[in-house]
Design a binder for this molecule. Structure first.
Ligand SMILES: [Zn+2]
Length: 421
């Protein structure tokens, strides 16, 4: 059974006042160009249309168009403009239509300016990105996972929680209805429009009535990690799964004699069902010991992590051979946890459907990684402990006042919270 974020909320703040401000600014400058008494035309590139045609139509001669094409080549090839992309022409007057500038929006942030009057010049510019700290919360309900797509923002945030913050801590394959989270993140805006999620500062995931805190902290300069409230790094020796967000189709079971048939049955792996072609990652740093094929395992990879732990990944798709060749995935190759693709999900060998069978050895014995005590994580360094405690308290206080969706917060409890901090 799969579960989904059913409820999602973000706190609204002063984005209206921001919009007003930016409108005022637009009157004076556009794409950092000082505007006087000008005439602006904003259009989108039509299918099959190219920049040369647009400029020619607007009274720019061929030698100039050629010069612009040559100048822009080094910074952005104008042949790469996309149909539907926004462009702007700035004229001095609406009668003669001699544009001073042509601007193409490469994406929501970057743009290209072709200066057409006086000296011909081409340069790149960036729109200012406004970053605002936002909060959100969600509750898992029993709907199907893919229904989550309805809300792009919650999908993005849950993917960050699953893949970047909690892949070592929470078994996302075992979420239950009622599991819930709170999150504090940066939202990025351009011209008052939301363009994406930036950094996640802190989160609280309540899974199976256990609270898991995550606080972003730079323990090493320039390298951010997530720590729990006791200062333990959430990054662990092993990831919970070799594939992102799918589902477990079969769990590890011990070998036992079937009471009727007398045959020995068991499943010494955890099966993660996923579409063919889903990338498979090593669950821990290690060295490859085997890259092979046989009629039972199909295409498979085996990795030794240290003297205690070894893992194996079965039933890979034949297309894995391409990445094996390209990334030199073979005996002796060192791989990074969650970074290096070691193959793709398939159904090779004895497999009924597309999945990866994940096998786990501890001291030479096959065990269930979900029921085995695994190596702990390291706490924040002593020299950084005070700094961490200070930052932690700020985020814990901020998390405490976020409500879960549909939770009614009455005035009394609000006062209690306010007084507490
Ligand atoms: Zn299996």
């Amino acid at each position: 059974m799969l579960f989904v974020i059913g409820c999602f909320s973000t706190t609204e703040d002063s984005s209206d006042s921001y919009k007003k401000e930016s409108k005022k600014e637009i009157k004076k400058t556009l794409y950092n160009i000082e505007l006087g008494d000008v005439f602006i035309e904003k259009k989108t590139i039509k299918k099959g249309e190219n920049v040369g045609e647009i400029l020619y139509r607007n009274n720019i001669n061929f030698p100039k168009i050629d010069k612009i094409a040559k100048l822009s080549k080094q910074i952005f090839d104008l042949r790469d403009v996309k149909a539907g992309g926004n462009y702007t022409l700035i004229f001095n007057d609406s009668i003669n239509r001699n544009p001073h500038y042509f601007i193409y929006e490469i994406n929501k942030v970057d743009f290209l300016v072709a200066q057409l009057k006086d000296t011909t010049n081409v340069y790149l510019g960036k729109k200012p990105v406004l970053i605002k700290e936002k909060t959100g919360s969600g509750i898992i309900n029993s709907s199907l996972w893919f229904a989550m797509e309805e809300s792009n923002l919650s999908a993005k945030l849950v993917n960050i929680l699953a893949d970047e913050i909690y892949p070592w801590t929470i078994d996302f394959f075992r979420l239950k209805p009622g599991d819930k989270f709170k999150i504090i993140y940066d939202a990025k805006y351009v011209d008052g429009e939301f363009i994406g999620v930036g950094k996640v500062h802190a989160a609280l995931f309540n899974s199976n009535n256990t609270e898991h805190y995550a606080i972003a902290f730079n323990e090493v300069e320039g390298f951010e990690d997530y720590f729990d409230e006791h200062g333990n790094n959430l990054r662990k020796f092993f990831l919970k799964a070799p594939v992102s967000f799918t589902r477990i189709s079969s769990r590890f079971t011990n070998k036992r004699k079937h009471p009727v048939t007398g045959r020995w049955k068991g499943h010494f792996g955890t099966d993660f069902a996923a579409p063919i072609g889903t990338p498979i990652y090593s669950t821990a740093d290690g060295e490859i010991t085997e890259v092979s094929y046989n009629r039972y395992n199909g295409y498979y990879v085996k990795i030794r992590h240290n003297s205690t732990y070894t893992t194996q990944y079965l039933h890979m798709d034949k297309s894995s051979k391409k990445i094996w060749a390209k990334k030199k995935i073979k005996k002796g190759k060192k791989v990074k946890q969650g970074v290096d693709i070691i193959g793709y999900v398939g159904r090779s060998g004895q497999a009924t459907g597309p999945h990866v069978c994940y096998r786990f050895w501890k001291n030479g014995k096959q065990v269930d990684p979900f029921r085995t005590k695994l190596p702990p994580s390291n706490p924040v360094k002593k020299s950084k402990k005070n700094e961490f405690e200070k930052e932690k308290n700020i985020w814990l206080n901020k998390l405490a006042i976020i409500n879960y969706p549909n939770e009614y917060l009455d005035v009394d409890s609000l006062e209690t919270i306010t007084m507490k901090h």
